[in-house]
Write a protein that binds this ligand. Structure first.
Ligand SMILES: Cc1cc2nc3c(=O)[nH]c(=O)nc-3n(C[C@H](O)[C@H](O)[C@H](O)COP(=O)(O)OP(=O)(O)OC[C@H]3O[C@@H](n4cnc5c(N)ncnc54)[C@H](O)[C@@H]3O)c2cc1C
Length: 437
């Protein structure tokens, strides 16, 4: 409980969010056991067999407080900046600062390292709430928490924890650098090389499409230390911004999530100390696979939040603002059926997301669930955001509201952290294994 108090403290200084959170809590069913929705650190001990099943959409008290806090921060502090950030294709630094102040950049990082010490689902609801307002801010928080923080918590030793986690939870953004010009879906065909030096490693190569690169100070970089061993030579390293030889070569101009920076990085004889290895030599491929399996649930949450944000924007318009033929356009049955269908699909996507998150927290196999959640949520986001534009007619197409932006932003869900085809491949492979005699 101390952790959420800590997470809420900065906001409660400036807004009445804690009061709002406690009001909403009154309507939430009590958690049925101390570890019903255990924190990551407790999950190994959790015995789920005694639990009475609860609805999959049920959130614990602390998760509900996180959702309320982030929702309020997003609508009050990010909302007014969304259009300008998209037009300028830049993340407002005050938004990044605010995210750190709110405690959402170290959601799962233990309190002793400056984090909020919360569970994975708390991160998922934060990502979802942010995407309702701005999917660009959401992906920044997603990559930072579910890829970078998680990789260091899971694979870093005690020294790595002491070195990097306090920075990541209090002021330094992180990036996860796997993709390269020649390796996207075929990630382990990467060409970036590492070699051993007397007291560390030297990295040479290029990375492409790296999220958060403009804002980041810490980069997890995958490079091959032993190309003759193929993917078994891939190793993860930590490179800090400002290290000689490291540079941002290009910032991409994109269709959507334009406030989120996506960059090409160059590594020219970048020398790092021995202690900057993450995990063991040759185990980078394993780290990448395991971290991306979890990360996919975050992207699924982003797409679910995006779909809801687009739906809410259009629903308010058709049920309050726009009249044709003498009545609100949302009163036509032809519109109502589409709106109801879209909402149902969002609820189904959210159920897949929360189910995958709970299975991960419970230490169960969640790989297929994560792939299904990401696949379906990105399909729903595309459909709903597209429909929202149409429901708003001309007003959906112009840049006054957020409908056209949500539509553009939705496209990325089927591409990063494994394309939709790759998710289908994962799902099919696991099903085939299960159903092969
Ligand atoms: C905005 C943005 C942010 C990103 N952020 C990051 C980041 O932070 N870190 C990072 O490392 N990467 C990042 N990426 C890279 C992203 O993960 C890749 O773009 C993605 O994995 C797809 O790779 P690709 O673009 O090379 O597409 P390709 O692999 O070339 O795929 C193109 C098409 O071929 C299909 N295809 C490929 N292989 C198969 C197959 N075996 N079976 C069926 N179909 C197949 C794909 O599904 C897709 O439709 C980002 C990308 C973007 C656009």
């Amino acid at each position: 409980m101390a952790s959420i108090t800590r997470a809420l403290r900065p906001l409660s200084r400036t807004t009445p969010s804690a009061r709002l959170a406690s009001k909403r809590l009154a309507t939430v069913r009590p958690v049925q056991s101390a570890y019903a929705f255990s924190t990551t650190t407790r999950r190994q001990e959790a015995d789920l067999s005694e639990l009475t099943p609860t609805p999959i959409s049920h959130l614990s008290e602390t998760e509900t407080m996180m959702a309320d806090m982030v929702s309020k921060f997003a609508s009050e502090q990010i909302g007014p900046k969304v259009r300008d950030m998209d037009e300028a294709e830049t993340m407002d630094p005050s938004v990044v600062e605010g995210l750190f102040e709110q405690g959402v950049m170290g959601i799962e990082i233990p309190e002793e390292f400056g984090g909020a010490g919360m569970n994975f689902t708390a991160a998922i609801v934060a990502i979802e709430e942010l995407a309702r307002i701005d999917p660009s801010v959401s992906v920044m928080v997603d990559v930072h928490n579910t890829l970078v923080n998680t990789a260091i918590m899971k694979y870093g030793d005690a020294q790595a924890h002491r070195t990097w986690l306090p920075k990541l939870s209090t002021g330094t953004v992180g990036s996860f650098c796997l993709s390269e010009p020649v390796s996207g879906s075929d990630a382990f065909a990467l060409q970036t090389k590492a070699e051993k030096t007397a007291d560390g490693y030297k990295i040479n190569g290029s990375k492409m499409w790296i999220t958060n690169a403009m804002e980041s100070g810490i980069f997890i970089v995958f490079a091959n230390l032993n190309p003759s061993a193929g993917y078994k030579g891939i190793t993860a390293f930590i490179v800090e911004k400002g290290t000689p030889g490291f540079s941002i070569a290009k910032k991409e101009k994109k269709l959507g999530i334009r406030a989120s920076s996506t960059c090409v990085l160059n590594f020219d004889d970048v020398v790092i100390p021995k202690s900057n290895i993450l995990g063991e030599e040759g185990k980078g491929y394993k780290i990448a696979i395991e971290i991306l399996n979890e990360g996919r649930i975050g992207i699924a949450a982003q797409m679910t939040g995006l779909a809801l944000g687009a739906w809410e924007h259009a629903a308010r318009y058709v049920w309050n603002d726009r009249k044709q033929f003498g009545q609100l356009i949302g009163e036509f049955q032809g519109m109502q059926h589409q709106i109801a269908q879209a909402y149902t699909e969002i609820a189904a996507a959210r159920a897949l997301v929360y189910n995958a998150a709970r299975k991960k927290e419970a230490g169960q196999d969640f790989v297929k669930d994560a792939a299904m959640a990401k696949l379906y949520a990105s399909q729903v986001a595309g459909r709903v955001a597209g429909s929202a534009v149409e429901w708003m007619g001309g007003m959906g197409f112009v840049r006054e509201g957020i409908a056209e932006k949500m539509f553009r932003d939705s496209k990325i869900g089927a591409i990063y952290e494994g394309t939709s085809n790759i998710q289908l491949q994962t799902i099919a492979k696991m099903l085939q294994k299960q159903y092969t005699n």
